[in-house]
Design a protein around this ligand. Structure first.
Ligand SMILES: Cc1ncc(COP(=O)(O)O)c(C=O)c1O
Length: 327
């Protein structure tokens, strides 16, 4: 059950993890206290899922008393692609949205890792799901929470393939990060948790491995990385592209993008999830088959360690992917 506490706002969800919502959000063209960022129960986006969003992480580094926001440009470029697919009317450039994201984080000034949630949504009251209507207002919002791990990144996850298939590009495009399509994720994640697993892997309608519930997936076979292709009904992940780059350029690993059979999951040496929320999360069991040694794999750990250094601004080569806010 979800509940709100009076002393600061903490939202509880099923995993009994408390989420701390930060005090300020961006809502209808200004920064307001989070409690004032509210919409009508008849808003189009609420009734029909007509909104798109991104999750952006910010990493606090106590050694230099600064917080680093990761991949802002990439996320805000992708949100514009999502708005285009969803026919939302936007009035802000990537730079203008970047300034807002930075302002929200500055106003909250968390001294811990945080997660920002920018979103464009159909901010009108209208009956009928059509995305096209002249004069519709579509709004940009940004909320923020404090967030450590979204899924466990240390122990090795125990996951299952979902009985739910990933949404198809012919129905609801997974390439766009559409709020309404996350009922697909919700069904898979709930099924996984209720049947005793940590998370889920989606197959697509062709029976190939698509991605995790809200993260992309990599397999390691014979020292080489494999991930599903962009046209396999996945969200084309920013972390997936970044892992590909660091694996090739910095760790000297081969990476291929190709279709993956379900049984390849069972014979892989290592498997890990990656995503802004998930970060790099090793998987150690799938459908009750042990993955490799049954412990987080060495290549997964190597990528995880390097990624974590980058996120906290410790790798000069990748500082351009971060926006630093010094306190
Ligand atoms: C369905 C889905 N796939 C993959 C990802 C990972 O994408 P990214 O690395 O861009 O965060 C996410 C998270 O945003 C997601 O929700």
């Amino acid at each position: 059950m979800c509940s709100l506490k009076n002393d600061g706002i903490y939202l509880y969800f099923m995993a009994k993890t408390a989420i701390k919502i930060l005090d300020y959000a961006y809502f209808r063209d200004k920064i307001v206290p989070f409690s004032e960022a509210n919409i009508s129960i008849m808003t189009h986006a609420f009734m029909y899922g007509s909104a798109v969003f991104e999750g952006i992480r910010a990493y606090f580094n106590k050694d230099d008393n600064a917080i680093y926001i990761l991949h802002v440009k990439e996320h805000l470029e992708r949100i514009l692609n999502s708005t285009k697919i969803m026919r939302l009317n936007t009035h802000l450039s990537v730079q203008e949205m970047t300034d807002i994201v930075v302002e929200v984080l500055k106003k909250n000034s968390p001294k811990e890792d945080a997660y920002l949630r920018p979103s464009w949504f159909k901010d009108v009251i209208r009956i009928g799901p059509s995305l096209v209507c002249e004069g519709d207002t579509d709004s940009f919002i940004v909320s923020a929470i404090a967030l450590g791990d979204y899924v466990d990144t240390q122990k090795g996850l125990n996951v299952r393939t979902s009985s739910w298939r990933r949404v198809q590009d012919t129905a609801i495009p997974a390439r766009a990060k559409v709020n309404g399509s996350y009922v697909n994720t919700g069904l898979a994640k709930a099924e996984a948790i209720l049947s005793g697993y940590d998370d889920a892997i989606f197959l697509n309608e062709d029976g190939h491995v698509a991605e995790g519930s809200a993260m992309n997936i990599f397999l390691v076979r014979d020292g080489k990385l494999i991930t599903s292709m962009g046209n396999e009904n996945i969200l084309e992940g920013i972390t997936r592209a970044f892992v590909t780059r660091i694996a090739r350029e910095d760790l000297g690993l081969e990476v291929s993008y190709r279709s993956i059979d379900r049984t390849e999951l069972y014979v892989a040496d290592e498997v890990f999830f990656c995503g802004t929320g998930a970060q790099i999360a090793p998987i150690t069991a799938i459908d009750d088959y042990k993955v490799g040694t049954g412990k987080p794999g060495l290549i997964s750990k190597k990528i995880q360690d390097f990624y974590s250094e980058i996120c906290r601004g410790k790798v000069a080569k990748y500082k351009d992917y971060l926006i630093k806010i010094a306190y």
